[in-house]
Each structure stands twice: as C-alpha cells, then as structure tokens.
Design a binder for this molecule. Sequence first.
Ligand code: ZN
Length: 187
Amino acid sequence: MAIPTQDAMQSQAYCPSCKALIPQVDVALMPANRYIGTVPGCWWLFGTVQARHMADPALRSLRTLTTNVYMVQHPGVPERQAVQSVAVHLMGIYWEIIQHRPERQVLALMQLAAQREYRWLDPPPTLGPLTIADLASICELAPDHPAQSELPAAEHQALAWRWAETTWQAWEQYHATVADWARNIQA
Ligand SMILES: [Zn+2]
C-alpha cells in the first residue's frame, strides 16, 4: 500500500462521508474504491487499520466488522452496487453486534444476503461520532501516532466495537428494516 509522503501528511482534510480527519493522499497512487463514497486519504486509513488487525491473530476476527462499519459510513450514491453494499453491510453489523454471531457465520449470511435485491436507504445526516481515524490513531502505522504500537488487543477490540455500536445507532431509523431483511435471509 502506498504511504502518503511527508508533505501530503502535513496537509490534512476531512473525509466528506465519515468526516474523519484524513491525510491527503495522491489520487494516482491510491485510487479510492470505485463505488463506495470514500476518498483516497480515508481509504488509506482503512487499509492501515486492516493491516494492523491482520498482523495480529487476536485482532483478525475484527476484519468483517470493521469492513462492514467502514462501508456504511461511506454509503455512496443510490446506484445498484451502493444500494446492495449498504444493505448487506448493515445486515452484517446486525448479525455481529446485535445477534452476536461469530464472524464466519456473519460472512456466510452476508454471502446469501448479497444474492437478493434491496432498496436504497437514504443515509442519516450524521454517521456516528467515531470514524476509521479513531481506530487508525491507535494503530502503529497511523501517521500521527507512530509510537503507539503496544496497545493490548483488548483496546483495539473495544474501540472497534464502540465504533460499530455508535455507527449502527446512527442508522437507527432503519433498524427494523435491516432486521426484517436479515430475518428473511436466516429463514
Ligand atoms: Zn471516510
């Protein structure tokens, strides 16, 4: 993954979707995902967090949850892929933090869920107080916190769960819809 240059990291901006404070990353080096509503600097933070989690066996099981939460904080615009993405990732969060299913079950259910069609959920005006920048700030690769690599796994887990819970709460107006969709998949 391309690391932002020193110059780029000194000039920061906010992600237009999740409102995280993000480093400016050269678009040519770090193209954002082509349909979710993210920008290169925010996507770079997400990669940083994923790399930290994957490097630690105690944190690998957070991968699905952090992906789901990141995606619903970057819902994009109402076109088919984004419609499906928001629906399936919200269900993923529901299965994990409300139903407390293990990650492998959540993944299997999400695969089933992706085969159905959903309607666009117009995103709430704010998507929660925590962002990927909060997770990145306690990761060793975070540009502003290079020395904080020795935090125990429990702190990473607790923060990831708080991020998931607060983001899920931000989508409160759709909880019943998402739970209905999820029940249909399980049936
Ligand atoms: Zn963002």
